[in-house]
Write a protein that binds this ligand. Sequence first.
Ligand code: NG6
Ligand code: CA
Length: 507
Amino acid sequence: MKNSILYLSTLSLAACAGQPGEKPNIIVVLADDLGFGDVSAYGSTTIHTPNIDRLAHEGICFTNGYATSATSTPSRYALMTGMYPWKNKEAKILPGDAPLIIGENQFTLPKMMQSCGYATGAIGKWHLGMGCGDVDWNSTIKPAAKETGFDYSCLIAATNDRVPTVYVENGNVVGLDPLDSIAVSYEKNFEGEPTAISHPEMLKMNWAHGHNNSIINGIPRIGYMKGGKKACWKDEDMADYFIGKVKGFITGHKKSPFFLYYGLHQPHVPRAPHERFAGRTTMGPRGDAILEADWCVGELLAHLEQEKIIDNTIVIFSSDNGPVLNDGYDDQAVELAGLHSPSGGLRGGKYSLFDGGTHVPLFIYWKGRIQPAKSSALISQMDLMASLGNMLGASFPEGLDSRNYLQAMLGKEFHARENLVVEAQGRMAYRCGDWVMIPPYKGAQRNLTNNELGNMDDFALFNIKLDREQCSNIAAQYPDILERLKQEFFSQAGAFYRSDVEEEPLK
Ligand code: NG6
Ligand code: CA
């Protein structure tokens, strides 16, 4: 009897989640290169991610959740701006010294949250550029996260494999010794500075492709950096560092509604988890880094509980793009993968137009307020802006690509997008219902990571529901459907389509 009363009261609470005037805290946790099969929530038995799974099991677990892109910068750009990244030619994998690609006057998700009275914070991976070009890392960097709408920020500028390997808090490099100023170049080395080529004996991790420039913390990086020795991060401590900042931000803002973007750096290369996690899986550093990411989510939830705000906080979890094993370091990710399928059986992965490039984990958790459910609604991270904005009564400009699927996000409806144009290094594919159409692209079948890219000579058509692994191109059997999808795709994205687009080279 008691149970049924409890059950009923949960139901009625769940039914009124997202009422007008409600301002729950909102946290977006975005992992880096975490695949659909890298969490146990979708049935993977080769890895155990109990904390991430909790979000899935006690929230809405999307089985058709998408990043817009198969790489980081464009994917994050879409999340932040509500715009398709293929409309902006700057939205491609950025070096660590790239200028901010979001215009100062551009509408953004954090600006929308600010307009609704939220305190906003960004912690972790950024990768949207900082400054106006020719950044001076020794003074306050502007425009950056603040100008994008974040009151507080503590970030790595790009990726954990790119220089500068320093934390940037509110635009300033943390722990910088003014007598040891930082210089960064993606063109050439600074005289006398060791690189992976000149000083291989300094390496504790070997590079496989690219990643043979400056050595920091025994790890070779992309790009050259000089100075800033005291400010350099230790990769093994990065998870602890950022979760500490996350907890500080939450505690500091627990009385006001807050919006927090938490960009996890795992399991992107270089995979250097804290020694607490080293050796915890049989999969080597990649598996261990995933467990570290899961621990971060556990710490986040425990902190929300401790601060007694967990039932007033929506936690959204996803990944910026699909998985990759060998992304340029010899860390045995390929050799030790065993039966583990990082993409969960989806074809391709990071960099790919096949589904594994953009079809990622997506969970929306609101303790006690969302009735747990699995949802097969087709939905993109890009839709967070319009959906959350709708819940909060925010106003936003016309012409966004973000769409309002609040009801699907709260589990009150199980249908969302009709279609989505996904992007992989300047190439595009079109998903509509259960169909996927990939237009022809010149270029290699695979890149140096050995991930399949999805370049084919002619238009290809797949039915993702009947053929989840995209084994059968059925374009010839369904000419009418192919024609319809081609027309729809070209009307949305034709102006941006070129079959000979050059992939950004992986060195
Ligand atoms: C590639 C890097 C790869 C990774 C990627 C960006 C090489 C050879 N490869 O160019 O290691 O950093 O860029 O990944 O340099 S992302 O997830 O941030 O998009
Ligand atoms: Ca990524």
